[in-house]
Design a protein around this ligand. Structure first.
Ligand code: UD1
Length: 367
């Protein structure tokens, strides 16, 4: 098989693509892949590290207000379509998969125009602009939340879940916390601001460090690459705490997560798929800066099931953060109940489901 995969900008679009690639490779080791991303997105690093052939197109997103930048975006899109068509002509894929982010727009659109069967994967409860646009052109639309269904043509939609859920299940995290300077076997909270980090979360965490040092639990705190140097300066001023490890990014999250007891983070859909696949309780601080406030809607699916606590960013403070951590980590019954509710929402067989969609789509021939 020959497959082109495209998705990017943030980890939430890249890791599901990578998980699917790994699943297909396992089932068909002779499959050739080509990943199309951007040079500026996280995919440039994440995909190249995996030695997957990687090509780029240049693309930006639309600004909400009328601006000259939007004209430039249209021009970049058209150039991106042209380049994607050239790549498709050369690579001759049997299918194309788009996992969202602006970059998948020209690639998947070009595939549809070249009559290559294409499927898109929508991670969120409310779809983004790119996937809404592409839904007219693709053969199948794989979704992760029932609520996303209503935004797409009914005959194309299928609930698969997020392949990253499959990837995190059944891994062992033994030894991972030790490598990060933490203890094995102590209740551990992971604090993250999503794949790019989040300044407001970093501010609240830095203010909490002195108090966290006295807790019977420990914290693995991921700052995000771009924020690391600034946060580290402040952490150094406060002084080292043996029960808090501060790192810029974790590249083997699928293993580390299995050593974690509670996750504090944004409500990015791929993170939520991982959390629910593992049945982890969470404290969610949805980003208010995303299209249609989709992270809050993602988070509500977990909070209404009793799997998560939501802290709105406007209410976030070090006191609230610590109180929420205590609420879960110092109360075994609550932790267990939240964990069970979280697991109920998980779709750990998502990779196989998406793989089946892809196979059926290819069997039914070119569009
Ligand atoms: C600002 C923005 O537009 N965010 C979107 C982006 O979020 P973002 O990229 O933050 O996505 P998620 O939180 O869903 O996923 C992050 C992914 O990165 C991984 N990870 C994270 C930190 C780390 O150190 N190492 C690591 O591997 C996580 O395990 C996960 O697989 O995509 C999501 C999925 O479409 C959307 O729901 C989010 O709204």
């Amino acid at each position: 098989m020959r497959i082109i995969v495209s998705g990017g900008g943030t980890g939430g679009h890249v890791y599901p693509a990578l998980a699917l690639i790994r699943t297909i490779k396992q089932k068909h080791p002779d499959t050739s892949f080509l990943y199309i991303g951007t040079e500026n997105g996280l995919e440039a690093n994440i995909i190249r590290r995996e030695n997957i052939p990687f090509e780029t197109v240049e693309i930006t997103g639309f600004k909400r207000s009328l601006s000259f930048e939007n004209i430039k975006t249209v021009i970049r899109f058209l150039k991106g379509v042209k380049k994607s068509k050239q790549i498709i002509k050369r690579f001759k894929p049997d299918a194309v998969i788009g996992t969202g982010g602006y970059v998948s727009a020209p690639v998947v659109y070009a595939a549809a125009k070249k009559k290559i069967p294409a499927v898109i994967h929508e991670q969120n409860s409310v779809p983004g602009l790119t996937n809404k646009f592409l839904s007219r052109y693709v053969k199948k639309i794989a979704i992760c939340f029932e609520s996303a269904k209503e935004y797409f043509p009914a005959d194309k939609v299928i609930l698969t879940g997020n392949p990253r859920a499959t990837e995190v299940v059944g891994k062992t995290g033994v030894g991972e916390l030790g490598k990060l300077g933490l203890k094995e076997g102590t209740p551990t909270a992971l604090i993250t601001g999503g794949s790019r980090g989040a300044r407001p979360i970093n501010e609240a965490v830095v203010k909490s460090l002195a108090q966290l040092a006295n807790k019977p639990y420990q914290v693995l705190y991921i700052t995000g690459e771009v924020h690391f140097a600034d946060v580290k300066k402040e952490v150094d001023l406060i002084g080292d705490s043996p029960n808090v490890a501060v790192v810029p990014f974790i590249h083997n999250m699928e293993k580390v997560l299995s050593a974690i007891d509670v996750v504090v983070g944004r409500a990015g859909a791929t993170s939520l798929a991982e959390i629910t696949a593992l049945g982890l309780p969470s404290i969610l601080i949805p980003s208010p800066y995303v299209t249609n406030n989709h992270q809050e809607k993602n988070a509500e699916v977990l909070t209404s099931a009793g799997a998560a606590i939501m802290l709105k960013e406007k209410d976030l403070s070090s006191q609230k953060l610590i109180a929420s951590l205590d609420e879960i980590l110092l109360d075994d019954k609550k932790r267990k109940n939240m964990s069970e509710a979280s697991k109920e929402l998980g779709l750990p067989d998502a990779s196989d489901r998406l793989y089946e969609v892809l196979l059926k789509m290819m069997e039914s021939g070119r569009s």
